[in-house]
Design a protein around this ligand. Structure first.
Ligand SMILES: Cc1cc2nc3c(=O)[nH]c(=O)nc-3n(C[C@H](O)[C@H](O)[C@H](O)COP(=O)(O)OP(=O)(O)OC[C@H]3O[C@@H](n4cnc5c(N)ncnc54)[C@H](O)[C@@H]3O)c2cc1C
Length: 462
């Protein structure tokens, strides 16, 4: 039985995206758990749902039955509470990955993430998914002079590597920056192609479509409590509503993965983030913003922001405000409570940040927290769980899952059905879960990892 506290809280706070719960919110395909299922997926968020969807769409003939166990409502975790920003990493963490593992290993992550934009646009158009998808430019803004100079140096370095994808980036410095990005006091800005969307609607559409196959049994409000090898092969998955047997288990429970796989406790740590929706008074029109943003203030506080067609803004971040108060966010699964040190940060945010918003009366309409799975080396863990044949993992997305999970789930589904090794998939090599990565975090100190520390973990060559 589970002894870990790494399980979802039972009373998540309200969140804009889920104000109108989907009909599948508390859905159970059958009153009782099935006795057995070929595949059991833990978690009905972006990762779990996309994996089920790909297993059926790409390998439907090979798959007989899938059960999805979800501890709370469908898509009530990070996916249902995030910022809606589908923003590939072009040069943010990529230079660090290049330093650690070489140019190709870093660049293939950027390329993989960028490929999500068109793959997801295509899917959304083909399936006519109502999820407010836009293809846009995402603007990066630096208001601190020194940070702006550093960003320019990183951009120049990335350009010098002759990476094709960098041609999509424009970088501006000089007197026109504020006029280009609309952010007061901006010292540098850059832009590249990205997307925005309503993730909860996207995932619930996919879940409904997977259920329509007749091969998926969804059990909401049914946490998996333990997984043990069954006497005649496969696994017994224990829940408070009884147990079921599965030949294959896929861990898609992101921040909470260590609840069932304690070996990941230092690799994937539940960390809270904060996000809100800002509106202008009824009957007034908000100034148009038609790009998404990452803004960094003079004191280097970072916020991600997406505009919505209804004139409202979804914005979050501000981690530098709460970072010193570890107990408020680190190793914390409580998404019922706001983060005290940042809960007021977005009051007046649009007025103090954007030109032309001074007299709009914009204010925070709703604010919420969510729990992300931060990883020790900033990369997700995907693939076969070391030493546990028949179990797979797709977790640890560092507050950045939107441009990572869709195609990773597709490739993981291939691994499961075609029994191919990770190396034969299209996933970036640094995403592969391994005993080496597990041990590095388990034996390393928190201060050396990327979550709390310097990222100076002793062995930097994967
Ligand atoms: C405030 C916030 C803002 C964010 N903004 C962005 C953004 O703008 N762009 C971006 O790319 N990313 C963003 N992210 C990160 C992004 O939301 C995640 O990377 C992504 O949603 C992870 O999807 P997932 O399916 O792995 O996890 P989740 O959506 O958390 O799904 C995991 C599911 O597993 C369930 N579960 C857990 N344990 C068990 C168990 N034992 N048994 C059964 N079920 C279980 C949970 O209830 C949950 O529903 C943000 C996250 C937060 C919290």
């Amino acid at each position: 039985m589970a002894t870990s506290t790494c399980f979802p809280g039972s009373n998540p706070g309200e969140c804009f995206w889920q104000n109108q719960p989907h009909e599948l919110h508390n859905f159970r395909s059958t009153e009782q758990l099935p006795e057995q299922s070929e595949v059991v997926i833990i978690g009905a968020g972006y990762a779990g749902t996309s994996t089920a969807y790909h297993l059926l769409r790409d390998h439907g003939d090979a798959i007989k039955s899938i059960t999805i166990l979800e501890a709370r409502g469908a898509c009530s975790g990070a996916t249902g509470r995030n910022g809606g920003h589908l923003r590939p990493d072009f040069y943010g963490h990529i230079p660090t990955y290049i330093d650690r593992a070489g140019v190709r290993a870093g660049a293939e992550i950027a390329e993989f993430e960028i490929s999500h934009l068109h793959a997801m646009k295509k899917l959304i158009e083909e399936e006519q998914i109502d999820c407010d998808f836009t293809l846009t430019r995402s603007i990066d803004v630096w208001c601190n002079e020194e940070a702006a100079q550093k960003a320019k140096a990183v951009y120049d370095r990335m350009k010098s590597l002759n990476l094709d994808y960098m041609n999509d980036v424009v970088f501006y410095t000089g007197k026109d920056v504020e006029g280009i990005c609309g952010v007061k006091g901006a010292k540098a800005c850059a832009s590249f192609t990205a997307g925005t969307m309503w993730p909860y609607k996207f995932i619930l559409h996919l879940l409904k479509s997977a259920l329509a196959s007749g091969k998926v049994n969804l059990q909401t409000f049914t946490p998996a409590q333990s997984i043990t090898p069954a006497p005649h092969g496969g696994f017994t998955i224990q829940t408070p509503r009884g147990s079921l047997h599965a030949a294959t288990v896929i861990h898609a429970n992101n921040a909470y993965v260590a609840g069932l796989l304690p070996e990941y406790a230092k690799n994937i740590v539940p960390c809270k983030g904060i996000c809100c929706r800002i509106t202008v008074p009824a009957g007034t029109t908000a100034p148009l913003l038609n790009n998404s943003y990452i803004n960094r203030t003079e004191d280097n506080t970072l916020s991600y922001l997406i505009p919505r067609a209804d004139g409202s803004i979804v914005v979050g971040g501000a981690s530098s405000k709460f970072r010193p108060f570890k107990e408020q966010w680190y190793n914390n699964v409580d998404d019922s409570e706001l983060i005290d040190a940042a809960k007021d940060y977005y009051d007046g945010y649009m007025q103090r940040t954007y030109r032309g918003w001074e007299n709009t009366g914009a204010k925070v309409d709703q604010i919420w927290t969510g729990v992300m799975g931060y990883s020790y080396d900033s990369n997700p863990h995907i693939g076969a769980v070391p030493g546990k044949e028949g179990q797979f993992i797709l977790a640890g997305f560092n507050g950045h899952g939107m441009p990572v999970i869709w195609r990773s789930a597709q490739e993981l589904a291939r691994m499961v059905v075609q029994k191919i090794p990770f190396e034969e998939t299209c996933m970036p090599r640094l995403f592969q879960t391994s005993q080496f990565r597990i041990d590095r975090a388990m034996n390393g100190s928190e201060d050396d990892g990327d979550i709390l520390g310097t990222g100076n973990f002793p062995s930097t060559k994967p």
